[in-house]
Write a protein that binds this ligand. Structure first.
Ligand SMILES: O=C(CO)COP(=O)(O)O
Length: 257
């Protein structure tokens, strides 16, 4: 059975005080309302990683980095390595977010290298895939997702795959207020699970978490999280406000199984 997850990607938002308030509120909430069914994870900007790890006392609350260098160490100004993330107490890392792919030009080969580096250091990657609006309108969205998955996962063996959390984030639904309908999201999640079954096994497909991301908010989370192949959410905008993030944790805990 795949882990069920509510993940907040803060992107380049929140200062130290705002980040501390948000993680403290999440931690207090989980201490007062122990989660039985879900794990909660937050992805602060790099300068807040250490503080966020220290403030996360609840065992169900983990910290995820937003990015990581594929190289071991050395002359890579501005980068942070897998061993540095481990050193900071971070447990997971986002790899292949569409903003990294599009704005920073990260390609399939680089992302594959990052995935391997993360696993080498026992970091759980959250590997993001997603199609553009043009690709969806052209009817090539399934092909595109398959291509991204194939490129990232082709050199892993079946035992490793459940350590990789997948996130389907259609680019047209990110930060636009336009969410994929529960049916559209479910259709793609089922496709991804079928891909995992075909390439690895039914057990691997069953054990691998597939999160949905793209304008998830309290008002649509219930319908999305009720879909059989959606194991939780990777949430941007609604994760940086205390009230809505706590509400999303509450909805996730009540629905995700
Ligand atoms: O990119 C996302 C999470 O990684 C989704 O962002 P929004 O929830 O703001 O659409």
């Amino acid at each position: 059975m795949a882990r069920k997850i509510i993940a907040g990607n803060w992107k380049m938002n929140l200062n130290l005080a705002q980040g501390a308030a948000l993680v403290k509120a999440s931690d207090d909430y989980l201490n007062a309302n122990p989660a039985k069914h879900i794990d909660v994870i937050v992805a602060p900007p790099a300068h807040q990683l250490v503080q966020t790890v220290k403030l996360s006392t609840n065992t169900k609350l983990s910290v995820v980095a937003q990015n990581m260098c594929a190289h071991e160490n050395g002359a890579y100004t501005g980068e942070i390595s897998a061993s540095m993330l481990v050193d900071a107490g971070v447990e997971l890392v986002i790899v292949g977010h569409s903003e990294r792919r599009e704005i920073f030009g990260e390609d399939d080969a680089l992302l594959e290298a990052k995935l391997h580096k993360a696993l080498e250091y026992d970091l759980y990657p959250i590997f993001c895939v997603g199609e553009s609006l043009e690709q969806r309108q052209a009817g090539i969205h399934f092909k595109h997702i398959e291509k991204q998955l194939e490129a990232g996962l082709k050199n892993f063996n079946a035992d490793q795959i459940p350590h990789i959390i997948l996130a389907y984030e259609p680019i047209w639904a990110i930060g636009t207020g336009e969410t994929a309908s529960p049916e559209q999201a479910q259709e793609m999640h089922a496709f991804i699970r079928k891909f995992l079954t075909g390439k690895f096994s039914a057990t691997v497909a069953d054990e691998t978490s597939i999160l949905y991301g793209g304008s998830v908010k309290p008002s649509n989370a219930k319908d999305l999280f009720s879909q059989p192949d959606i194991d939780g959410g990777l949430i941007g905008g609604a994760s940086i406000q205390i009230d809505s993030f706590l509400e999303l944790i509450k909805i996730g805990e009540s629905i995700l199984r």
